[in-house]
Design a protein around this ligand. Structure first.
Ligand SMILES: NC(=O)c1ccc[n+]([C@@H]2O[C@H](COP(=O)([O-])OP(=O)(O)OC[C@H]3O[C@@H](n4cnc5c(N)ncnc54)[C@H](O)[C@@H]3O)[C@@H](O)[C@H]2O)c1
Ligand SMILES: [Zn+2]
Length: 356
């Protein structure tokens, strides 16, 4: 077991379910509630029960899986269940699932009766290396991702790579994108080490390093006043494509798949605005196309632009980007012209299909 210290809480890594048991015992909570989706209820809850045979007093709130359910209607459903289970201010919500569960569960807990304790037990690669750490909670509204939410730190995070064994290959590849991002924005050596492996080969060392980076960044800047914005690299365009795909595609892009497209477009902008080398752009494209097939971008520029205009990072109506200076080093607060944003999307569309 390894631990990391965040500003106000600890992150437990490997063999961490035992630690969750100790946390529950020591917390003296009036009620223990688990939030799961149907998949984590089936695949992850049994592991928790097996590791904590003495934990018998708890209730489970189960919701349907998927980003399309990260909305206020499902949140109301969670609040109602919390009331039905007679949760009070001294209750604990344990979010056992991927980023959808940790985001909506964190939001539900942070607002229920003006806030109750919650802990994150992430079960996807993406939520382990990214979503569960840093205290951003939230839900989507209409087409806009994470537009409603709070900064509320969990009381602890328990990360158990064992959970990943039941995760689909596509979900592993999606989570891999956030590890690539951590390498691109903060750690060239991490990025290099990823070039020779497949997402399925990702090991606990790489997962831990990725969490370490996320934790270092969010601990230094919990409310995203400066440094933390680097974590948004790829996400301005990526989120717009993700939102569009969610609404229009029969089989929508996963978060990681969408931001991987964002990495290419925003690396293109990084060359223009931040001096990223052309050869670095090519290297990033090569890495992305090794794992993510080319996406047929059918959204019009106007559609994507109008989604980008709702991005929380914008200032005075200008669209804010975090752009790379080099591989391993990212800047913040670049405001790109609409024409350049359009060009970056056209650039992606014109790339040859397959490996670069
Ligand atoms: N708060 C943050 O800082 C932050 C950071 C990054 C991403 N996010 C959010 O995270 C979300 C994406 O998270 P995600 O990719 O984990 O998606 P997800 O929660 O939808 O999980 C993906 C799928 O895997 C299933 N699943 C989860 N764990 C499983 C397991 N161990 N075995 C089998 N199936 C399992 C889920 O039921 C779901 O169908 C997005 O909404 C994104 O906005 C938040
Ligand atoms: Zn992300």
């Amino acid at each position: 077991m390894k631990t990391l210290q965040s500003n106000t809480y600890q992150i437990f890594f490997e063999n961490s379910i035992q630690q969750l048991g100790d946390f529950i015992t020591n917390g003296n909570y009036s009620k223990i509630l688990f939030l799961v989706d149907t998949n984590t209820g089936e695949h992850c809850m049994p592991l928790v029960k097996a590791a904590l045979p003495n934990l018998t007093e708890f209730d489970i709130i189960e919701i349907d899986p998927g980003e399309e359910n990260k909305n206020i209607d499902f949140c109301i459903g969670i609040w109602k269940m919390m009331l039905d289970f007679k949760a009070d201010r001294n209750s604990l919500l344990i979010n056992l699932g991927g980023g959808v569960i940790t985001d909506i569960g964190g939001f539900a807990a942070s607002t229920f009766k003006r806030g109750i304790d919650f802990v994150q037990v992430p079960t996807t690669l993406l939520s382990q290396v990214d979503a569960s750490v840093g205290g951003k909670t939230g839900i989507d509204m209409d087409q806009v991702k994470n537009v409603i939410g709070t900064f509320t730190q969990p009381k602890a995070v328990f990360i158990e790579p064992e959970f990943l064994k039941t995760l689909s290959g596509r979900q592993i590849v999606s989570g891999f994108a956030e590890i690539i991002k951590h390498g691109l924005i903060y750690d060239e050596a991490l990025f290099s080490s990823l070039k020779t492996i497949q997402p399925q080969e990702v090991n606990p060392e790489i997962i831990f390093r990725s969490i370490e980076i996320k934790n270092e960044v969010v601990s230094a800047d919990p409310y995203e006043k400066g440094l933390r914005k680097i974590l948004n690299f790829g996400h301005t365009i990526g989120h717009a494509i993700e939102s569009y795909s969610l609404k229009h595609d029969k089989d929508p892009l996963l978060h990681g798949e969408a931001i991987a497209i964002g990495f290419i477009c925003e690396s293109y902008l990084s060359v223009k605005y931040n001096g990223l080398g052309e050869s670095d752009l090519k290297e990033i494209e090569g890495c992305i196309f090794n794992h993510y097939p080319k996406y047929r971008l059918e959204a019009s520029f106007e559609d994507l632009l109008s989604i980008m205009h709702n991005d929380k990072k914008n200032q005075d109506g200008k669209i804010n980007f975090s752009l790379l200076k080099s591989i391993g080093d990212c800047g913040i607060d670049s405001f790109c012209s609409e024409e350049d944003i359009r060009e970056s999307l056209e650039y992606y569309k014109a790339l040859p299909v397959g490996k670069v």
